[in-house]
Design a protein around this ligand. Structure first.
Ligand SMILES: NC(=O)C1=CN([C@@H]2O[C@H](COP(=O)(O)OP(=O)(O)OC[C@H]3O[C@@H](n4cnc5c(N)ncnc54)[C@H](OP(=O)(O)O)[C@@H]3O)[C@@H](O)[C@H]2O)C=CC1
Ligand SMILES: O=C(O)CCCC(=O)O
Length: 485
């Protein structure tokens, strides 16, 4: 395993083009969640290393911002090709540190490359405006400029594609970067450093620092050289970063928690709804911010849906992500497995029925049985809290109005899904749901071409689509006078 991936498996920070250890020499172990065994270490860095990385990015910005959009686009295209040329090895590395199946890891690496390609193209279209002037002797010109140094803090559930959604637009726009990957999955991000070097992205444009999240985060928030923070992770940490970065008034993009509803109306195509439910719930063993947290199923189709969902769930193959054919890997760690147990225990204590699964998997460790629960009620934990595990709670509802009300009864507003065969209902419900993304008769909606992001406490800003590059640009208004105008 290490043999095959060692070229990409860097166990060091990348600062100003040098692979370096923490100043103290301290390291953190990285564990394979499927085996509990150590894969390697990464530096336990703090404020000083982060400051140097920020300064390197700031220096590199002076020249990187002057490269043409076309030059940057060509480099990003090369990066895309390098990612795809190494898709299998990068997927293996991702699975080893994260746990997801190789099938999903290959998909994530492919998605990372797709984001890079998308932004390679979008970077060439960051148009400004020439605005009709109210003055005969002056002209109004509006330009777009890179914001400067950006800091990207990424989570463990998508260690590669979350970085792609941030570095793709940042680099395309002409920004330079400091990356702080999740401590549990640092190697996919560090591999980006290797790939970037190989394709010729200049030193200092991408800097990567691993270590103490509090110290690194505090330096990022306090340092005035950092102009923007882009974060994917939990809502509490996102809120804290917003507060702390207010002292230096930074731009922020926040992709935070979700509590996705999945509504199935009586008039839905049942086969399609079950197929969509499986992907919307069990992708990455339920550890996706857009994973269904609550199924709401109308009374007339409820029992049939539960039966079919349970049948499909029982067929899922649980195992090490590295074994071909595995569909469900382990949860990221013991804490995640305990939290999942808590959701099930809470539901059982409040009268729900475990239709299938409901406990740790016989494989041990953090493996959890894919679970379906019926008789879910609003007083149960999963009504309000993100499960982030393979548990599908099913609520029964009677009317369209009740379904929309229950679906919206959360402070989150990331993704939601609903299934219906009625066009009028499709519009009514789509308009009634307070979410940033809606899947109508679709359970998998992520793609680089579309703006991914939430409303309410699920976040700020969009990643992907033509909107995804805007947050990395400042708008400048130029009023041009004199010159014989
Ligand atoms: N929206 C999403 O996609 C995600 C949602 N979550 C939700 O959050 C729950 C907890 O997951 P968890 O991994 O703890 O999420 P966190 O929000 O703690 O982690 C996300 C990233 O933030 C970093 N971080 C943590 N604390 C700080 C800080 N003080 N300053 C700067 N950066 C910080 C983490 O670093 P480090 O790894 O070093 O702690 C990691 O890189 C999950 O169960 C899930 O419900 C989690 C991940 C992604
Ligand atoms: O969980 C996340 O934070 C992002 C999900 C990305 C995807 O849908 O592929």
């Amino acid at each position: 395993m290490l043999q095959k991936t060692s070229h990409f498996m860097k166990q060091a920070n990348l600062i100003n083009g040098e692979w370096v250890q923490a100043d103290t020499g301290a390291t953190i172990d990285v564990i394979n969640p499927a085996t509990g065994l150590k894969i390697g270490t990464v530096p336990k860095s703090g404020a000083a290393e982060t400051r140097r990385a920020i300064e390197a990015a700031d220096k590199a910005f002076l020249t990187w911002r002057k490269t043409s959009a076309l030059e940057r686009s060509k480099l990003l295209r090369k990066l895309h090709d390098a990612i795809m040329d190494n898709q299998d090895v990068l997927a293996e590395l991702l699975t080893t540190e994260q746990g997801k199946s190789l099938f999903e890891a290959r998909g994530e690496v492919g998605m990372s490359a797709a984001y890079v390609l998308w932004f390679a193209e979008e970077g060439r279209r960051t148009y400004g405006d020439v605005v009709p002037s109210p003055w005969a002797d002056r002209r109004i010109i509006v330009t777009k400029e890179p914001v400067g140094v950006i800091a990207a803090i990424t989570p463990w559930n998508f260690p590669s594609s979350m970085l792609a959604r941030k570095l793709g637009p940042a680099l395309a726009a002409g920004c330079t970067s400091v990356v702080k990957p999740a401590t549990q999955t640092p190697y996919s991000a560090l591999a980006w450093g290797v790939l970037a070097e190989e394709v010729g992205i200049p030193k200092g444009v991408i800097n990567i620092v691993t270590g103490s999240p509090g110290e690194i985060g505090d330096e990022i928030c306090a340092n005035p050289l950092v102009k923007k923070i882009t974060f994917t992770g939990s809502t509490p940490v996102g809120k804290m970063l917003i507060q702390k970065s207010a002292t230096t008034v930074k731009k922020v993009s926040m992709e935070l928690g979700g509590n996705a509803p999945f509504i199935v109306f009586d008039d839905a195509d049942l086969d399609r709804a079950v197929e969509g439910a499986m992907v919307a719930k069990f992708r990455n063993s339920g550890q996706t911010c857009v994973c269904t947290n609550r199924f709401f199923v109308q009374a007339g189709i409820h029992d049939k849906f539960v039966e079919r969902l349970a049948e499909a769930t029982e067929k899922l193959k649980v195992g090490s992500g590295l074994e071909e054919g595995t569909q469900q890997g382990p949860l990221i760690d013991e804490k995640a497995a305990q939290k999942t147990e808590e959701f099930v225990a809470d539901a059982k204590a409040k009268g729900a029925t475990v239709v299938t699964g409901g406990k740790r998997h016989a494989l041990g460790g953090s493996f959890f049985e894919p679970t379906v629960i019926s008789g879910a009620k609003p007083d149960m934990m999963f009504m309000k809290e993100e499960i982030f595990g393979p548990v599908a709670p099913v609520f029964e509802f009677k009317s369209e109005e009740e379904a929309v009300r229950l679906a919206n009864d959360t402070e989150f507003g990331l993704a939601c899904y609903f299934y219906t065969g009625d066009l009028g209902r499709a519009f009514r419900v789509m308009e009634g749901l307070k979410y940033g993304m809606v899947g109508v008769n679709e359970g998998l909606i992520t793609t680089p071409e579309a703006p991914f992001g939430g409303v309410k406490e699920s976040g700020l800003g969009k990643e992907g689509g033509h909107q995804g590059i805007e947050d990395y640009l400042d708008t400048k208004y130029v009023c041009l006078g004199g010159l014989g105008l």
